[in-house]
Design a protein around this ligand. Structure first.
Ligand SMILES: Cc1cc2nc3c(=O)[nH]c(=O)nc-3n(C[C@H](O)[C@H](O)[C@H](O)COP(=O)(O)OP(=O)(O)OC[C@H]3O[C@@H](n4cnc5c(N)ncnc54)[C@H](O)[C@@H]3O)c2cc1C
Length: 376
């Protein structure tokens, strides 16, 4: 059975790796083709937090790899005011901060451990071809090549082309929250942060800075802001640096340190958008996973983790499936199992966003704590 996976990001590569582990030899020789629009070697992304549910999925997808060793374990969330005063600290179930590129390389290595998996890079999927019964039979690429397959997966991110072909009226929300995501080369700060995720809040609400050590020398950090109140007008390096300096003037010493050690030419302005829960995650022999299925707001830290859990479940349900018709039933089970989680992530993301936009309230002992921005 040939699987065509549109999108070679976290969801697509995790799915290829999971299929190669779970598909039963009895279902015939497998071929998995990942189609990735970005060119070979295109850089991309800073990092994310692998939460317990993502780590658990990875342990099933590739049990022989030490996934936690790819990054730094995070055990504490420390929520602070902009001047650095601690508002509250929580122990976390261990999570791992990883660089996106290192993590993707590891997922690809797992996917390509099976020689029947291949990737076409630098070419995007433009259309899905269906037969008279609506069963997908092939995809068309932007160079007009046609690739036939038995099952098709849309792992093509928040702006998914595959999703648009299944659910043309499903729309992403407006980007109410923008993030500038950066990496600072700051060994002293990385050491000081250790296993702690620090997040600093403007008491007026709508502005925060988060930071985590991703290695012994690199700190992944982000400015999260209400786009209605704080607008970035230009994304070249000097404009981003000037914007960050002006916004964070007078904030705590850790923030002065990341500002001084960041190369803003590598920073990324991320306009975060979410997707209202879909009525289904599949249609016939086509299934959606990751952001294509459930783009969520970054407050939940569930983008990559949700994609990993989707990939594992899909591969488990397809274990003994050998044809397009069999995949349909497996995909309906997948859809029924994952939709409640997606709905919860959507609601949690919205709840955390509402709390983020509000000023921190005053209480007898000072400022009240902001909401912990992680969901498992
Ligand atoms: C370049 C990049 C950098 C990112 N950096 C971060 C980060 O630093 N921190 C963070 O928390 N999240 C980041 N994200 C988002 C994060 O990876 C996802 O939210 C999450 O991992 C879910 O993964 P996904 O596979 O569903 O989507 P994605 O990781 O977005 O992967 C989707 C893939 O599909 C490809 N694609 C899109 N359309 C087509 C098409 N028509 N044909 C073929 N391929 C297509 C895209 O190029 C992309 O590689 C980044 C995403 C990208 C694409």
């Amino acid at each position: 059975m040939r699987s065509i996976i549109v999108g070679g990001g976290v969801g697509g590569c995790a799915l290829a790796a999971a299929l190669s582990r779970f598909q039963s030899p009895a279902t015939g020789p497998h071929a998995r083709v990942i189609l990735e629009r970005r060119a070979t070697g295109a850089s991309g992304g800073m990092g994310f937090i692998l939460m317990p549910n993502g780590l658990e999925a990875l342990a099933s997808i590739a049990p022989d790899r030490d996934w936690a060793a790819l990054g730094r374990t995070i055990r504490v969330a420390s929520l602070r005011s902009s001047d650095g005063d601690i508002l509250t600290e929580h122990n976390l179930e261990p999570a791992v901060c990883v660089a996106r590129e290192r993590f993707l390389k590891a997922l690809r290595d797992e996917a390509f451990a099976d020689a029947t998996t291949c990737m076409l890079e630098g070419r995007g999927c433009t259309a899905i071809e269906r037969d008279a019964h609506g069963v997908a039979r092939a995809v068309t690429l932007d160079d007009e090549q046609r690739i036939a397959g038995d099952v098709i997966f849309g792992a093509d991110g928040a702006n998914s082309q595959v999703r648009r072909s299944l659910f043309p009226t499903a729309e992403l929300s407006d980007a109410a929250i923008h993030e500038i995501v950066s990496v600072a080369d700051a060994p002293d700060l990385a050491r000081e942060l250790g296993a702690t995720f620090r997040k600093f809040h403007d008491p007026r609400g709508g502005l925060a800075v988060g930071m985590l050590a991703e290695s012994a020398s690199r700190v992944v950090w982000f400015i999260q802001m209400d786009a209605a109140r704080h607008r970035v007008t230009s994304t070249d390096a000097s404009s981003l640096a000037a914007f960050a300096d002006a916004m964070l003037d007078g904030w705590s010493s850790e923030i002065m340190e990341v500002l001084a050690t960041t190369d803003f030419s590598k920073s990324h302005l991320w306009k975060t958008r979410d997707l209202a829960p879909l009525a289904a995650l599949s249609d016939q022999n086509i299934a959606l996973l990751g952001d294509a299925a459930h783009a969520c707001l970054p407050f939940t830290s569930q983008g990559a983790n949700g994609a990993l859990v989707d990939a594992l479940l899909l591969a488990q349900l397809l274990k003994d499936v050998s044809c397009a018709e069999g995949a349909r039933e497996a995909f309906e089970m997948y859809s029924a199992a994952r939709r409640p989680h997606h709905r919860r992530m959507f609601m949690e993301g919205r709840r955390l966003r509402a709390s983020f936009l509000e000023p921190l309230e005053r209480c007898a002992s000072g400022l009240a704590s902001p909401v912990l921005p992680l969901v498992a």
